[in-house]
Write a protein that binds this ligand. Sequence first.
Ligand SMILES: [Zn+2]
Length: 374
Amino acid sequence: MKFRSIPLFKLFGIQVNLDFSWFIVFFLISFTLAEYFYPQYYPGHSFFVYLFVGAISAVLLFVSVVLHELSHSLVAIKHGIPVREIDLFIFGGVAMIEEEAPSPKVEFLVAAAGPLCSFTLGFLFYILALLYPVDDLFNGIINYLMFVNFALALFNLVPAFPLDGGRILRSIIWARKDLLTATKISSATGTAFAYFLMLLGFLSLVQGSLINALWYGFLGLFLRNASKVSYEQTKLSVVLSKFRVEQFMHTIKPVLPDETITDFMVHYYPIYRSEIFPVIASNGRINIIDLQDIKNVPKDRWDLTKVSDISKPLEVYVSPYDTLLKAIKLMNRYGVDELPVVYGNTVLGVIKRDVIEALVERFFLEEKLKGEAG
Ligand SMILES: [Zn+2]
């Protein structure tokens, strides 16, 4: 249920994006409020007034969701976990928190921040409704926001991973056992809750309420998928953070800057078969040449082009002591399959994505075989 997203604005260095699927909820909520909620409790206005108020309510719901996700993000950032973006889509929002929390305590704090924010907002709107007891549409908006914020807090507190409540549950188990066991248990409750939602969808269908049936059905499917994916990701992170780059890198001899591309293709490429090579630049620094850049040079010019002519300054790299997890994250972020391994001023070699993937595959295969044997 994710389409293309539109960048909205940046807050505290976090990019907030709006997924196109969000417009579906926007129209659904605006219309439902204009057709049912507001006319029933606040009668006497035209449909267009209701639609306008419904649209304002939907936008303010969006603001509430952003604040909820922002709370998670700010607590994460405070504990040194980077957050690049917040995506808003059909079922609410997701803060792209880039790393697993370093400890159960941090996981607990990050997870609890969202529902705490929604509870606080709900309570503020409750006070506002008390201060403004006039029976008009403005009061209606306040009541609606009180309701949605309390609902956001409560729904997210269901102990179903990867919902906030599931993360809280995971942090509590993690504090007593290990991260992987904690994730396994909380994902199982996540999957159970997802099936429960699907059951609600089925019951709604039996009762003839198609919209509710679809809503529960899709939400259930989404959650089941999310709990499965999050568990796999955690498993992967746990495995990859056990190994260091130095254990799996390929050493590469730097290319001399005056070598021509022809020399390079004869003397370097066949030996190392890498996609990137370090080049010693004239200023003593390290540059990089990319196989793709070489392919962009016509073959009849290979004898005339020096390696230093097409090399670029080194930008993204890992240290030999970084974990494979960090390496794969950088590869994903920059869309590359190889990274130079740099120590001080020296390029020691490259770390390749397929090597990491092969390691992961072997690890999971061994794990599976062990599971079957035991
Ligand atoms: Zn949350």
